[in-house]
Design a protein around this ligand. Sequence first.
Ligand code: TYD
Length: 205
Amino acid sequence: MKKGYFITFEGVDGCGKTTQMKLLAEYLQNKGYEVVITREPGSKGLGEKIREILLHYDGDVSSDAESFLFLADRAQNIDEIVNPAVDKGKIVLCDRHTDSTIAYQGYGRGVDIKKLTLLNDIAVSGRKPDMTFVFDIDIDTSMNRVGQEKDRMESAGADFFNKVRNGYLEIGKQEPERVKILDAAKSIEEIFKEVSKYTEELFTL
Ligand code: TYD
């Protein structure tokens, strides 16, 4: 039985992670691997409904309620998409996951990180990414890439995003084995060389 893998892509809005995830999916498929792509929030069904609230609801949303919504979406994604595929020996690439909650709701909004970790453990029921890429970029560049049309999360402002960015860097320091921090100011090709190299290394462990 082939071993499945779960790889996550993280970083502030506009960091270029989705482009890299698509490149990796293509690269692995060309090598004959079975790849499944998913995202948080909202890859399908219930998750899409939750995504709609998280990104477009225009009333008050408390930080705890926001956290629970992201976690509810995560529980569904793990159960419906990630676990069945990894258990069948597939490679699952996920656009955002647990580290987004720690960086955005924890470091960004100030929700207690121990509490978030505890609740997150319940949502993921033991599944942890085998590897995580964080695409690190300065907030001016990130905001320019996002442009004028901002969703609810993207409207949070530069102070918030600086905290989120520092949160990711802190997570990277705490878990250097799993979390690879990449300089997202480099060219797409240069970044992808690093992404594919780390992924190949993971498969030979
Ligand atoms: P999305 O449009 O998917 O952004 P991106 O293309 O940058 O991934 O919107 C997801 C937003 O939700 C993004 O601003 C990050 C935020 N988010 C959290 O705050 N916490 C979380 O746990 C997750 C998964 C996402």
